[in-house]
Design a protein around this ligand. Structure first.
Ligand SMILES: N[C@@H](CCC(=O)N[C@@H](CS)C(=O)NCC(=O)O)C(=O)O
Length: 204
């Protein structure tokens, strides 16, 4: 890809996940730090780029604005095919990859919000909410990761990156069951034991 990508960034946000993807694919990018405490993500100039005021926000070289960390990962995996983060279009491996890429924002994230932010509330009705229940989500991930090593099998993809990063954050924030889950912790360790992950952690 010609030209530089611009990532609006704060290391304590999901923009750190996008930075990891950018490192995986070897993109030429710049970081624009936004200070949450100072409210920089709620200022008019940034809201004119992303009205949600959220990070990550990625601006492509032609000015296209992307938000949503899983969508950004999917795009970058396609745009930089040599990085090998996405199975070939139309294959069964690609189908499995989509399944897990979408599972992160549609099941893992809301399930985590439900158990971590509504601790004293009764669970939402399993048959009505798209993620069923937190326990079902974690059971499903543990099953898919046993034996692993990755969600689609032997190969690390953008879906692994998104889910490993999400599970890592959830573990840090004390989400139930994760710290003692061998398949999940082994998966996080495997995924983060990558040079691109380490580069993405550098101050920048
Ligand atoms: N659905 C978005 C979520 C983005 C999001 O919630 N970002 C948080 C940080 S992790 C944020 O920017 N919070 C600042 C705010 O809303 O003021 C994604 O997956 O990228």
């Amino acid at each position: 890809m010609e030209g530089r990508l611009k990532l609006y960034y704060n290391p304590m946000s999901r923009a750190a996940i996008t930075r990891w993807v950018l490192e995986e694919v070897g993109a030429d990018y710049e970081l624009v730090h936004l200070d949450f405490e100072a409210g920089e993500n709620r200022r008019a100039d940034f809201l004119s780029i992303n009205p949600m005021g959220k990070l990550p926000t990625l601006v492509l070289p032609d000015g296209t604005v992307m938000t949503e960390s899983a969508a950004i990962a999917a795009h970058l995996a396609d745009r930089y095919p040599d990085a090998g983060l996405a199975p070939a279009m139309g294959t069964s491996e690609r189908a499995t990859y989509y399944r897990w890429l979408f599972f992160a924002p549609s099941c893992i994230e809301p399930a985590a919000s439900e158990v971590m932010m509504r601790r004293d509330s009764a669970p939402l009705p399993k048959k009505s909410v798209g993620w069923g229940s937190y326990d079902d989500v974690i059971d499903t991930l543990e099953s898919q990761l046993s034996p692993g090593p990755y969600l689609t099998g032997d190969r690390f993809t953008a879906a692994d990156l998104i889910i490993a990063a999400t599970l890592r954050w959830m573990t840090l924030f004390g989400a139930p069951r994760l710290e003692t889950s061998n398949p999940i912790q082994a998966f996080i360790e495997r995924a983060t034991d990558r040079a691109a992950y380490r580069r993405s952690q550098a101050s920048g």
